[in-house]
Design a protein around this ligand. Structure first.
Ligand code: GLU
Length: 413
């Protein structure tokens, strides 16, 4: 059976963790059910006067360990099931990193590339107003994800604040610095992916100096991962976007500038073009899927030659793809660990907003490293001790912490 849907994948991973932890069927029932799912219609007046309707979602998968937390995705392919899957992953991610949060995710099924800046702002504000009753600094705190960035967070913060009658910076994270954002938040996911890569290289006994990397996806996560890895001495040899992959570039920064102007990395001066599949199958030390779900499947996994795969994206691997990589001896650093740097620094932003006291870039960097390293060491030790994969260990840790919290809180009434 193939399981190529993010929700089927997430449920299969949860089932495995529940079985490995020997949790009860009651635990499975509570853990496998999203607590609150909201589907809204988001009307948008286009610049030419037409009114279009888009589907919007916000899923609060769990609030057991604290307010729910997770990004807002603007992408034409999202639906309720995918949003549930991503909200479930946020739940285990926040528990794995010991942040005092549950998990959430939201989004609008829209192609952002079709929107003008003004249309994007109106859509963001109307979506925010539709989900307004269930978000808030103590309830559910959105953040950027695929297709959204700090501009969207500024509009969300403003829309919420105008309704509250006063400024509420803590309602979203990933804001611009001048609106209560945190230093280091924009690079945080990439910084975390790089830290995870560094630790995985250590485990495999590979010298980071000159180790080669291919990155699928050149958005916020892929780009900042590339920069952080280069600073650690690795060599980024190939990157891709939706239009294709390139090798042979001399500077990641120049390539990024080219893609900002031309809308793609393909065709950048001095580069050779590859297909997405050729990138996944490059003979490199590290492969980093940093785009969307289901990149590594039973079709693509057999060709992967990298020794280490670090999941910058959420849910990039199907269970079948995962099994193939495991049997080929590839060390897979799972999404809920590898890309947790983003939500870790979101947590710092929320804490700073609550205290109205802002940290230095150095404080952010040191605390990110501390929290992520604790999670990496926990996962590595659990994997060794129980003879399971890093993904299984990460899920066992995250899921067991949520299950413990459930048990301690008890069932109301
Ligand atoms: N969207 C990011 C993620 O998937 C960050 C979420 C957050 O900062 O709340 O982890």
């Amino acid at each position: 059976m193939t399981t190529e849907s993010p929700l089927a994948t997430a449920l299969a991973q949860l089932r495995r963790a529940v079985d490995q932890l020997q949790l009860s069927e009651n635990d499975w029932n509570t853990l496998s059910t999203p607590r609150r799912t909201l589907e809204v219609a988001v009307p948008l007046r286009r610049d030419d006067g037409r009114v279009e309707m888009y589907k919007g979602y916000r899923v609060q998968y769990s609030t057991t360990r604290g307010p729910s937390k997770g990004g807002v995705r603007f992408h034409q392919d999202i639906d309720l099931n995918e949003t549930i899957a991503l909200a479930m992953l946020m739940t285990w991610k926040c528990a794995l990193t010991n942040l005092p949060y549950g998990g959430a995710k939201g989004g609008v099924a829209v192609n952002v590339h079709d929107l003008s800046l003004g249309e994007n702002e109106r859509l963001t504000r109307r979506y925010t107003s539709e989900i307004l009753p269930i978000i808030g600094p103590e309830r559910d705190i959105p953040a950027p994800d695929v297709g959204t960035d700090e501009r969207n967070m500024a509009w969300m913060m403003d829309t919420y604040s105008v309704n509250a009658g006063f400024s509420v910076p803590g309602v979203v994270t990933g804001k611009p610095i001048s609106l209560g954002g945190s230093l280091g938040r924009n690079t945080a996911t990439g910084d975390g992916v790089a830290i995870s890569t560094r630790e995985a290289l250590k485990v495999r006994g590979i010298n980071p100096e000159g180790a080669t990397v291919a990155i699928q996806g050149f958005g916020k996560v892929g780009y900042w991962t590339a920069i952080a890895l280069e600073n650690m001495g690795l060599k980024v040899v190939a990157v891709s976007d939706v239009n294709g992959a390139v090798t042979g570039f001399s500077s990641v920064k120049d390539l990024f500038e080219y893609s900002q102007i031309h809308g793609t990395v393909v065709g950048a001066p001095g580069t050779d073009t590859l297909t997405n599949q050729e990138l996944l199958w490059l003979d490199v030390d590290v492969l980093i899927p940093a785009a969307l779900a289901d990149a590594i499947t039973e079709a693509s996994a057999p060709g992967i030659k990298a020794k280490i795969v670090v999941e910058g994206a959420n849910a990039p691997t199907t269970p079948e793809g995962d099994a193939i990589m495991n049997s080929n001896g590839i060390l897979v650093v799972p999404d809920i660990l590898a890309n947790s740097g983003g939500v870790i620094v979101s947590y710092f932003e929320w804490v700073q907003d609550k205290q109205n006291y802002f940290w230095s870039a150095q404080d952010v960097k040191e605390n990110l490293n501390k929290i992520l390293m604790t999670a990496i060491v926990d996962v590595e030790q659990m994997a060794k001790g129980k003879n399971v994969t890093w993904r299984e260990a990460a899920h066992m840790l995250g899921v067991s912490r949520v299950a413990d919290a459930h048990r301690l809180r008890g069932l109301y009434p």
